[in-house]
Design a binder for this molecule. Structure first.
Ligand SMILES: C[S@@+](CC[C@H](N)C(=O)[O-])C[C@H]1O[C@@H](n2cnc3c(N)ncnc32)[C@H](O)[C@@H]1O
Length: 190
């Protein structure tokens, strides 16, 4: 079972002090939250998996533990220190340092790919609703029909209502996290 090390907490705190709006949490997701997020991804569905905002890599680890081969994962992290850390922890994961809100530029040649799942740790509630909506709609467009866009948040409501042609449901409420978090899953219905 994964556990968050003191080094991870230290790196996270450093990131939080430098960029509070971007990091948007007081600690990495707990093992319970990381596992609840990873559970939304079916490892038997083939294809690449995209992670947005891996931070210190706790959810990346949970995805790998769930049975998703590291080579299947592309992780986009804005913070160069976190990106370096995730690269060192998981050398077979494709870590891209860049802006997840600009997937076209950040994914470059990989922009045309269709993903089996997208998992986001981005602190969406720190962004205006229209920016959240653009990100989630853009992500849904990169998913196979029925495939999940997984987002955790500390809010009672989903970060945005379901976009046209998609559904949203609360997949988990995780009390063993500081603060307690909800895991939301968006799927294209059409
Ligand atoms: C709330 S932390 C979550 C980290 C990790 N997924 C977890 O659950 O512990 C948010 C992460 O998103 C990253 N982030 C914020 N804005 C970003 C952006 N525009 N593009 C890529 N990563 C971003 C932050 O640097 C941080 O690592």
């Amino acid at each position: 079972m994964p556990s968050n090390s003191a080094a991870e907490h230290f790196h996270f705190l450093k990131g939080l002090i430098a960029r509070p709006k971007n990091v948007g949490a007081i600690a990495p997701s707990s093992p319970a939250l990381s596992q609840a997020i990873a559970r939304q991804v079916d490892p038997t569905v083939e294809g690449p998996v995209l992670e947005l905002g891996p931070g210190t890599g706790v959810v990346t680890e949970a995805l790998i533990d769930r049975g998703i081969a590291p080579e299947r994962i592309t992780a986009i992290e804005y913070d160069p220190d976190f990106a370096k850390m995730v690269r060192a922890r998981f050398p077979r994961v494709n870590v891209v340092q860049g802006d997840a809100f600009d997937l076209k530029t950040t994914l470059g040649n990989g922009n045309g790919k269709t993903f089996a799942a997208i998992v986001s740790g981005l602190p969406l509630l720190n962004h205006p609703v229209e920016r959240r909506r653009a990100l989630i709609e853009g992500a849904l467009a990169k998913l196979k029909p029925g495939a999940p866009y997984v987002q955790f948040s500390y809010g009672f409501e989903p970060p945005i209502s379901a976009p046209a042609g998609a559904s949203v449901k609360r997949a988990a409420l995780v009390l063993m996290n500081l603060p307690p978090a909800r895991v939301w899953v968006y799927r294209k219905t059409a």
